[in-house]
Design a protein around this ligand. Structure first.
Ligand code: TRP
Ligand code: SF4
Length: 339
């Protein structure tokens, strides 16, 4: 029996290179070894976007198009939308009864976001309960492994604590999930900070070649390099960080033995390549590697009915499991069952 993997993403619309290398390429790989469930966490979007909900559905569809375009395969993985599965909300309710407030109040993501996000009032019941909803998402499928980024580790730990507390009250029903933390390369935006929608420094999977070219030109580089002959420090240059990903096997000028990234590193250190040329090489490689993804995106965009069909089939498959767990729980709590 394959182990079960589950992960979700808030519907942020079009995805960028940070999503691709931080999560998605890992999700695609996991499909080969695990029984995978991937879902759009649209209720989680409501915890912060409750005043402005009009884009959530469109953003969800755009995000699923990007998932499929990079290789998530609905034949292999169950792909669905959280709000289509009311079972998540029922488990969320049960878990909310047993989760001590102090566990939620001390959660680092909660404290940080309260401080950082000032445009919205996040002193709400739903926002405090964000990790409880996330725990319900995971526990309802009895997932063994949850691929998450480092920022999500506290949520996973909380999920495990909630599962233990639940089981101590009602019997061994829920599975304690383990985090699948894979090493991911840092993807810098043009300002050198982490690529993120909120910094407005992203290269999107759907960006046209001309847009990619403009964005790459706008990247900061090693400040020591004013003239092309100045000796450079590629290790601190965000362009070089991207070369390491995009300029090996996918490069059109790749020659066996020496990767282009290695050559670039050497040339930069010796002051034998200018930043303009270096950026141009990178641009070409990124455009080339996004080409097949963009072809797939265009095909999928033309056929929204296909996306809806995939999501409908996905939610039916998910429901078969979620419904079973919820009935088991109602029985354990001596509540009414649907059967
Ligand atoms: N909180 C996650 C994020 O912001 C999204 C999410 C919701 C999730 N439910 C989940 C991730 C369950 C993994 C498992 O990225
Ligand atoms: Fe960065 Fe390339 Fe310029 Fe070196 S040559 S500083 S790696 S852009």
């Amino acid at each position: 029996m394959k182990q079960r993997v589950l992960s979700g993403m808030r519907p942020s619309g079009r995805l960028h290179l940070g999503h691709l290398h931080g999560a998605l390429s890992n999700w695609v790989e996991l499909q080969e070894k695990y029984e995978c469930f991937y879902f759009v966490a649209d209720w989680h979007a409501l915890t912060t976007e409750y005043e402005n909900t009009k884009n959530i559905k469109n953003d969800s569809v755009d995000m699923v198009i990007d998932w499929l375009s990079v290789g998530l395969n609905p034949e292999k993985s169950t792909i669905f939308v959280q709000s289509q599965l009311p079972e998540h909300s029922e488990l969320h309710l049960f878990l909310s009864m047993i989760t001590p407030l102090s566990w939620l109040e001390r959660c680092p993501t909660y404290k940080e976001q309260l401080k950082e996000i000032s445009q919205r009032d996040l002193h709400t019941y739903g926002f405090l309960g964000y990790p409880v909803l996330q725990a319900a998402d995971i526990l309802i499928y009895k997932a063994d492994k949850v691929p998450v980024g480092e920022d999500q580790l506290p949520h996973l730990e909380l999920t495990r604590e909630i599962a233990r507390r639940f089981n101590s009250f009602y019997g061994e029903i829920l599975t304690e999930p383990a985090a699948l933390l894979t090493k991911t390369p840092k993807i810098p935006g043009n300002d050198g900070r982490k690529m993120s929608k909120s910094y407005n420094n992203c290269i999107y999977l759907s960006d046209e070649p001309s847009v990619i070219s403009k964005k790459i030109s706008s990247y900061i580089t090693d400040p020591a390099r004013i003239h092309p002959t100045d000796l450079g420090h590629p290790e601190i240059c965000p362009i070089f960080a991207l070369h390491k990903i995009y300029s090996d096997n996918c490069s059109p000028r790749f020659q066996s033995g020496v990767s282009e990234a290695n050559k670039t590193e050497e040339l930069c250190k010796k002051g034998k390549i200018g930043c303009v040329k270096c950026k141009k090489d990178l641009t070409e490689n990124i455009i080339k590697s996004l080409e097949p993804i963009q072809i797939k995106q265009k095909e999928l965009k033309k056929n929204p009915a296909e996306i809806h069909k995939i999501l409908k089939t996905g939610s039916e498959k998910a429901r078969a499991i979620a419904g079973k767990t919820i009935n088991e729980i109602r029985d354990a709590l001596k509540l009414w069952n649907t059967e």
